[in-house]
Design a protein around this ligand. Structure first.
Ligand SMILES: [Zn+2]
Length: 277
């Protein structure tokens, strides 16, 4: 599932290709993408609109449109965006939407499991309503300080890992990078979030930023279906230290990495580096 580094990789590729271009065609082939809005309504909102830039909020790709609009693409489980420089794209599986630009380029939205979404927000009020509570602080922004993380954890009685996965608290972390950041910070995933020591909060803050930055540099992790918008695989999967490494040795202390389920998600940690509560 694409997390912040994968979506950021796509954003960086699409921004120079789409900024300044106008939608000439918009074809929503699967009505589930735009629910509860009708596909034809969303198509009509896009044709003729110019893209001002491609941004990101958490795991959402956000195309800023002229007239204060936004096109929000959420890849969810298996969504994939593929940019084709010119001409009609060759046959691709699971194409759910196709966007033709005025320079002849085409962006396709493929989605095997059909959990992805396409949303057009037409003005400031709709934008505010859409984003309110949906995405928390951006972990690579200046406003994400270790003090801010401490405030977000303060008083929380649940375990730390599910809190990190909560998009309304810190935006963009998913199962891969939550496991990797907790390992780097030497914090057990089941520790009570509000009970972390100041030093642990500082380590976790640094680890979140570090792991996400390294992953962006690596073009994301291609574990399941993820490919970037040019069809390439990332290399971060080769640099994961605990995630998917059950039964192997910890790269730091040589203990055997373990896996459990926590809040329904496969969770990997080192029993020696990350002391259980
Ligand atoms: Zn270890």
């Amino acid at each position: 599932m694409p997390e912040l580094p994968e979506v950021e990789t796509i954003r960086a590729q699409l921004d120079p290709r789409l900024a300044g271009r106008t939608f000439e065609e918009a074809e929503i082939l699967d009505a589930r993408l735009t629910r509860p809005r009708p596909a034809s309504e969303v198509e009509g909102q896009l044709v003729g609109r110019r893209v001002e830039g491609v941004g990101r909020r958490g795991k959402h790709l956000v195309l800023t449109l002229d007239g204060h609009g936004e096109l929000v693409l959420h890849l969810r489980m298996t969504g994939r965006l593929h940019w084709h420089e010119g001409g009609a794209p060759v046959q691709e599986p699971h194409v759910r939407a196709r966007f033709g630009m005025d320079d002849g380029g085409t962006l396709t939205f493929q989605d095997a499991r059909r959990f992805g979404t396409v949303t057009v927000l037409s003005g400031p009020q709709q934008r505010d309503e859409h984003w309110r509570g949906r995405v928390g602080v951006e972990p690579l922004s200046r406003s994400f300080t270790s003090r801010r993380l401490g405030e977000l954890l303060d008083g929380r009685r649940g375990p730390i890992k599910p809190l990190l996965l909560n998009q309304g608290v810190v935006a963009g972390l998913g199962n891969i990078y939550a496991d990797e950041a907790l390992f780097a910070a030497r914090v057990h995933p089941e520790r009570v979030a509000g009970g972390l020591e100041l030093q642990e909060v500082r380590r976790l803050h640094r680890a979140i930023r570090d792991r996400l930055s390294v992953a962006i540099g690596a073009g994301g992790a291609s574990i399941d279906s993820y490919r970037d918008s040019l069809g390439r695989r990332g290399t971060m999967q080769d640099m994961l230290r605990v995630h998917l490494h059950e039964g192997e040795r910890c790269p730091r202390c040589r203990a055997i990495i373990r896996k459990t389920r926590l809040a329904g998600r496969g969770t990997y940690w080192c029993p020696r580096c990350q002391e259980a509560p």
